[in-house]
Design a protein around this ligand. Structure first.
Ligand SMILES: Nc1ncnc2c1ncn2[C@@H]1O[C@H](COP(=O)(O)OP(=O)(O)OP(=O)(O)O)[C@@H](O)[C@H]1O
Ligand SMILES: [Mg+2]
Length: 394
């Protein structure tokens, strides 16, 4: 939870303050169209982030020195590709820049990323969901990409997909992206992952959905190590409400690091005997080898209902584990969406697979929010002063 102060010209101020108030976990500390007055109010009570519109900056060059020295992060709202505005943002040492062309979409994610949480409260760590299978081609990436979009839609919070299929990752092409910076650039030649570099490597691909792409070619995969993966996961879950990790089959060091770190492992299987045999072996490793609690691993049956001769009830019995989610076969829609680099859930939102993944996301969000509510937090000073109900943390 964090506070925001908005300094903005009057035409946009109402719309902007309403949008700020609608960001989950945000309190609007105040707003003004007068920059000097804004700074005085924030000197009395520092906000978690100060959002200032560039037209006020252009009119108040004399306040730049004061702005550059404020103890809270400043974010500038300005037209993109405006060199003078960019110079002003640099001069006041702004932490980030929101483009006027896409401010409504970018506001929540950017403010959440830079804001200082309310004192006494720590930011709620995001939920890490690893999408795994002991078999290739069962629908892991299709699920990862579309589940991320569905989770962002339901939770209205930022979601990131980390592509940990380090040799042949294909999250980026599936969302129509060709990233300039990948996981390889982030880890090469360094033991400690740099959080600023991570911010640059993570790319927005849809509303509230971000990706960290896999290396461009298989040789680069050798440079990715398990301890770096853990560092990245720590950083990602501080910023994103959900971290989806797409994987390649196998118990590699990297996968095991992600499994250990995960809150939930979504294990994808299909209704065929060969896949089920390997899924059975994988579950044995999770439960008997790694001693994970039963509810950490969830079975997702993809292409459920396909006429393969293997019934859903038999699958649960063979695996001795209930099937948590069933996803239907969706004909050519998923392949068409992947070919066009436009995720299924955005391109064919009414297809049967899209609707089922959306309902799966709704269940996961409900479950996540339920877990948070079970552990009430202490009342903060601000909550006591304002009489607000306390935020509850895990
Ligand atoms: N429910 C479904 N209905 C129809 N097609 C599907 C379904 N799920 C996945 N597919 C298709 O199956 C193929 C494999 O899916 P995907 O790439 O997601 O699998 P994967 O497990 O990530 O594979 P890999 O192990 O190679 O990374 C893709 O062409 C995808 O469009
Ligand atoms: Mg894949």
């Amino acid at each position: 939870m964090f506070t925001v102060y908005v300094a903005c010209h009057d035409e946009l101020r109402t719309e902007l303050t309403v949008a700020v108030k609608n960001i989950p976990g945000v309190i609007l500390n105040g707003s003004s169209a007068d920059l000097r007055e804004s700074l005085e109010e924030c000197a009395a009570e520092a906000p978690g982030v100060f959002l200032v519109d560039d037209t006020l900056l252009a009119q108040n060059v004399g306040l730049f020195e004061k702005l550059a020295a404020v103890p809270y992060p400043v974010v500038v709202l300005a037209p993109s590709a405006d060199a003078a505005a960019a110079r002003r943002a640099l001069a006041i040492r702004a932490k980030d820049f929101i483009s006027l062309d896409s401010w409504a979409e970018d506001l929540g994610p950017i403010l959440s990323r830079v804001a200082v949480p309310i004192q006494g409260e720590t930011r709620q760590d995001g939920r890490v969901l690893v999408v795994f299978s002991s078999k290739g081609g069962v629908g892991k990436t299709t699920l990862s990409v579309n589940l991320a979009i569905a989770l962002a839609k339901t939770s209205r919070q930022p979601v990131v997909i980390m592509d940990l299929d380090i040799q042949f990752g294909d999250v980026a092409p599936m969302v129509g992206d060709a990233p300039l910076v990948t996981l390889f650039d982030l880890v090469k030649g360094t033991a400690a992952v740099d959080s600023d570099m991570l911010k640059r490597a993570v790319k927005r691909v849809a509303n509230n959905v971000y990706i960290l792409a896999a290396p461009d070619n298989p040789e680069e995969a050798d440079d990715v190590h398990a301890d770096q993966v853990v560092q990245i996961l720590h950083l990602l879950r501080e910023t994103y409400a959900y971290v989806i990790v797409d994987t390649a089959p196998g118990y590699t060091d990297i996968n095991v690091a992600a499994f250990d770190f995960a809150d939930t492992i979504l294990t994808v299987c299909t209704p065929d005997v060969v896949t089920l045999r390997t899924i059975g072996q994988a579950l044995q490793v999770f439960y008997d080898g790694f001693h994970y609690p039963k509810d950490k691993v969830r079975i997702v049956l993809n292409r459920s209902g396909s006429k393969t001769g293997v019934e859903t009830t038999d699958i649960a019995q063979v695996l001795q584990t209930p099937i948590a989610f069933q996803l239907p076969s969706d004909g050519a829609f998923p392949v068409r969406a992947a070919n066009e680099g436009h995720p299924l859930l955005l391109q064919f939102p009414d297809s049967s697979l899209s609707r089922t993944i959306q309902s799966m996301a709704n269940d996961l969000v409900r479950e996540t929010e339920g877990r948070i509510r079970k552990n009430p937090a202490k009342r903060t000073l601000l909550a006591r002063l304002t009489g607000r109900k306390p935020k509850e943390v895990q």
